[in-house]
Ligand binder design. Structure first.
Ligand code: AKG
Length: 226
């Protein structure tokens, strides 16, 4: 199956692999790291599972409580899926679009999230939610804190695939200065502990074409929500 530009969720499983980055760990906060290229060895297992999740829970653009349609399209897997509508932000057990439980989190997703958390010093991460964000060029995510989870004890593990992004990693107030961190296909950001409530966001994605994922960036955000 080749990448179809009319269908940005169609994944090209057979394109030549791009040159791989050297794996390395960069510290961006007291308990925060970028794990360069960490997801690359998992890719061949991740992409077919992603397609299966999206077949059951397709991407959709959700509306914020303020009435704005998000530029990023969302799906989820795991026990809990993050959703937003006019009545607020929350986690639900069911996909509001289909009425079905969110698709089960594929084992390989769970194992990747655990391995990345361990590499960043969080030994016992048990994610029960994987938000799947799809960015097409121009899509962005404004600075925000992740505060809808029942506890902030667990870290956040955020996997980047496809087009590059500039990740903003800020402080504990919206107005604090943010670091601008370039993220490439296969990079993972992990933050938790004293850094768990840091503001973060993504600048508008630039036009481009990725050999495996086409004209889009996919992000998996793993959290313990329940
Ligand atoms: O796409 C990303 O890298 C970040 C996603 C994010 O911040 C979120 O889903 O809360």
């Amino acid at each position: 199956m080749r990448y179809d530009p009319m269908s940005p969720t169609t994944l090209d499983m057979f394109a030549d692999a791009e040159p791989e980055q050297q794996p390395r760990r960069e510290r961006i906060g007291e308990q925060s790291y970028v794990l360069r290229g960490f997801a690359l060895p998992w890719l061949e297992q991740l992409l077919p599972e992603l397609e299966a999740v999206l077949a059951a829970a397709p991407f959709r653009q959700m509306v914020t409580p303020g009435g704005f349609t998000m530029s990023v399209a969302l799906s989820s897997c795991g026990t809990w899926g993050w959703t937003t509508d006019r009545s607020g932000y929350r986690y639900t057990r069911h996909d509001p679009q289909t009425g079905q439980p969110w698709p089960k989190m594929p084992q390989v997703f769970f194992e990747l999230a655990q391995a990345a958390a361990r590499e960043a010093g969080f030994a016992d991460f048990v994610p029960d939610s994987c938000l799947i964000n799809r960015y097409i060029p121009g899509a962005k995510m404004s600075l925000h804190q992740d505060k809808d989870e029942g506890s902030y004890a667990a870290p956040i593990v955020s996997v980047s695939l496809g087009l590059p992004a500039t990740f903003l990693f800020g402080g504990f107030e919206r107005g604090d200065k943010s670091q601008r961190i370039g993220l490439l296909h296969g990079d993972i950001v992990v933050w938790g502990g004293v850094d768990r409530l840091r503001y973060h966001g993504v600048l508008p994605i630039k036009e481009g074409y990725h050999p495996r994922l086409g004209g889009q960036r996919i992000n998996f955000t793993f959290r313990t929500a329940g």
